[in-house]
Design a protein around this ligand. Sequence first.
Ligand SMILES: [Zn+2]
Length: 120
Amino acid sequence: MKKLEKSLLDKNIPKEHIDIFLQWLNSLTDNEKQRILPEHLASKHPNLQEKARFLIYQAVHSKILKTNYEIYCPDCKELVNTVHSALNIPEKLICSKYHTFVPEDNLEDIIVSFAFIQNN
Ligand SMILES: [Zn+2]
């Protein structure tokens, strides 16, 4: 968290915004820590709306959060797989209802969320 705070100060984010962001991260329940969306931060703290995505990406750079690529079936919208790097998105997937699809051709069915890296 110290490293994240410093990197945000270096990026000229006001200290009060950094404090709100860090407090918000610390206030999340274990479940919420597994699926963080910038919209959650923005809706809780409307004054951070414009910065929410940037703040969260900085937390990824500081290795506090990781990126989740949630891959949903384009036919039935079932969550089929979650990977942590765009490079690991499979070429082809099949859901439990046997719909076969190519994730790259269905980018609107991939949702990017964030999760705490364990031991943080
Ligand atoms: Zn399906």
